[in-house]
Design a protein around this ligand. Structure first.
Ligand code: GDP
Length: 612
């Protein structure tokens, strides 16, 4: 039956392309989505724009009216039945979603702030889109910020550019060229879309640039028409409608009066009330009957509380809320399938679980490492890839999870404290909520929860934390670690004989450091005191190396009456007092601070002190 369905596909029966808006924070993604929704709505009063679950649907006739002015010259015949734009712009959680192995979104708008050029998250998004083979346009947004820009509300961009003075045009030119060069540096060829040649259009690696203003609407028509063109020219094969169900969970959430609901995006095929659906959870597949399929009411005015429209049947592509039993543990980002009359339930279960099992196979988690929790499977995958492959050195991961962080997650990772890896008693939470109880428990259990909704922010936080930890450990170790040295007192430079002893010395071997305890092995290990300052030519310094002559202050807390010239004098060499523990601390934290020669001195001192 599957084959028959596929054979029935045709270029004349396309489904709506699914569009996602991506880009760095503050580039204008939200504003652009708003603008796309609102442009020219006054011209088509009924709207033709429907709010779905997690997405906004644009009917074909709306697209036609919205692009009418531009299309007078472009003359593109629309064959797509509409367009579905995902409502959470910029969310990496949604952009890495897959549906039966291919990307959930068909086309993307990558928003770049024309004033700032490419930014970190732009580059991340770019990398992901290319890896997934998703075609995209780049919106060079905030074009209205060019000096002395004259607003041409909602007009096609070329019309707007014609109205600008030379100075404005020249700023626009130099900024867009700059963006082009930056894209080139990322290995992406691009051009203002109207300057692209025919061969550029057929080259899948060539990216069209569209200047836009999400505030005044210039270029928004161009974006819409370009998306349709890309859909129709480049990916029509993937858009051929077919009856095979293909859908992905966007979000799992509790709704008053409905219980736990699952928001899904149906890409292709039908979903019906009463269908026996199979969902993926961390605890294995869940089979449940679909009790309801809901979308929001058609217009805001009609919306009373959670007043949804119920459907007996829905057809892809669209976003819909599903009600049913046992949906609590369903994972966002996984596929949903329906057991048909000719299907083996076990096969369907295995297929639904395959997204997760594939990831787990690839993962083979480390024994010691942090817990990584993300909002969707796609986001988790992107994050793991980043932490384990692209991060140098990789951040080890011992456990993964999807969805809100609960107390039990904190308990799970707190065992890293017992295993002697307190640094890994850490949860990296990507775009997920944290229950209050979990936060409190984390404090008690010494577990850190780092949250962010941008991947590299999490990485930054963790790296900063590791840096601080290393530094803190170094400082702790400083009181234990002792640098090896042998020093000779210069008898003509004795400034104070006791409490504190202040003398001129020559470092005969090794490194003398503030904090070093000194003794005279020849006098049965007489403890002389700790070096509290080192001075050379009137300047304080932290260390003095072999050959240096310096003035030092020695404080002996346990025996302040110890006096130079009585219990010891310049005929006695002073040695750093070392122990097994001090050597270990030195090896762990100061390996690089010592030269080979210094390590040889450590070995020599070990013999002096009989340290095995
Ligand atoms: P997001 O973080 O990418 O969703 O960015 P927003 O849509 O929240 O926009 C960030 C800021 O840039 C807001 O203050 C917007 O008003 C402003 N902004 C967005 N698009 C434009 C634009 O085209 N022109 C100008 N002048 N400002 C814009």
């Amino acid at each position: 039956q599957e084959k028959a369905n596929l054979d029935a596909r045709s270029r004349d029966d396309l489904r709506c392309p699914i569009v996602v808006i991506m880009g760095h924070v503050d580039t204008g993604k939200t504003k652009l989505l708003d603008k796309i929704r609102k442009t020219n709505v006054q011209d088509n009063e009924a709207g033709g724009i429907t709010q779905q679950i997690g997405a906004t649907y644009f009917e074909k006739k709306t697209l036609e009216t919205q692009t009418a002015r531009l299309n007078e010259t472009e003359k593109v015949e629309l064959t797509v039945p509409g367009m579905l734009v995902i409502d959470t712009p910029g969310h990496e959680s949604f952009t890495n979603l897959r549906s039966r192995g291919s990307s959930l979104c068909d086309v993307a708008i990558l928003v770049v702030d024309l004033m700032h050029g490419l930014e970190q998250q732009t580059i991340e998004s770019l990398t992901m889109l290319r890896k997934r083979g998703v075609p995209f346009v780049v919106a060079l947004n905030k074009v209205d910020r060019c000096y002395a820009w004259k607003t041409c509300k909602d007009s096609p961009i070329r019309d707007a550019l014609k109205e600008q003075e030379e100075g404005t045009i020249s700023e626009f030119r130099s900024r867009s060229t700059n963006a082009k060069v930056q894209l080139q540096e990322q290995g992406v060829n691009s051009n203002l879309y109207w300057e692209m040649g025919d061969e550029d259009w057929t080259n899948s690696d060539f990216i069209p640039l569209v200047p836009t203003s999400a505030i005044t609407g210039e270029g928004v028509q161009d974006i819409l028409l370009l998306l349709c063109q890309i859909a129709q020219r480049k990916i029509w094969k993937q858009l051929m409608w077919c009856a095979n169900l293909q859908c992905t969970v966007l979000e799992v959430k509790a709704i008053d009066g409905l219980g736990m609901t699952v928001d899904i995006l149906v890409v292709n095929g039908y979903l019906r009330e009463g269908d026996k659906a199979v969902f993926c959870t961390l605890d294995g597949p869940v089979v449940t009957e679909i009790r309801g399929l809901l979308t929001p009411p058609p217009s805001r005015e009609m919306r009373v509380k959670a007043d949804y429209i119920h459907h007996k049947e829905v057809k892809g592509a669209l976003g819909v809320k599903v009600i049913g039993n046992n949906l609590e543990k369903v994972m966002a980002g996984t596929s949903v399938l329906v057991v048909g009359p000719n299907d083996e339930e076990e096969d369907i279960k295995a297929e639904v679980m395959s997204d997760l099992t594939n990831l787990e196979d690839k993962l083979s988690t480390d024994k010691q490492g942090v817990l990584v929790q993300a909002s969707t499977l796609g986001a988790l995958e992107a994050l793991l890839q980043f932490l384990r492959v692209e991060t140098k050195p990789p951040i080890p991961v011992s456990a993964i999870g999807i969805g809100t962080i609960h107390k039990r997650d904190v308990t799970k990772i707190s065992i890293m404290n017992e295993k002697g890896h307190p640094e890994y008693a850490t949860i990296l939470a990507f775009d997920v909520g944290v229950e209050r109880e979990a936060r409190e428990h984390a404090q008690e259990m010494n577990v850190r929860i780092m949250t962010a909704d941008i991947i590299y922010h999490l990485f930054d936080q963790f790296t900063r934390f590791m840096g601080e930890l290393t530094e803190r450990r170094r400082q702790d170790a400083q009181s234990v670690a002792v640098f090896p040295s042998i020093i000779k007192i210069l008898p003509q430079h004795v400034f104070n004989q006791k409490d504190p002893i202040i003398v001129g010395v020559e470092v005969v071997e090794g490194i003398l450091k503030i904090g070093t305890p000194l003794c005279v092995p020849a006098l049965g290990g007489l403890h002389v005191g700790k070096v509290t300052s080192i001075e050379s030519n009137g300047r304080e310094q932290e260390t003095a190396r072999k050959g240096a002559s310096v003035a030092i202050k020695i404080v002996n807390e346990s025996n302040p009456t110890l006096t130079y010239g009585r219990q010891f004098d310049a005929t006695n060499m002073l040695y750093s007092t070392i122990t097994r523990a001090s050597i270990d601390a030195l090896k762990e934290h100061f390996r690089d601070a010592l030269e080979n020669e210094d390590w040889r001195l450590v070995v020599k001192l070990k013999k002096v002190y009989n340290i095995i």
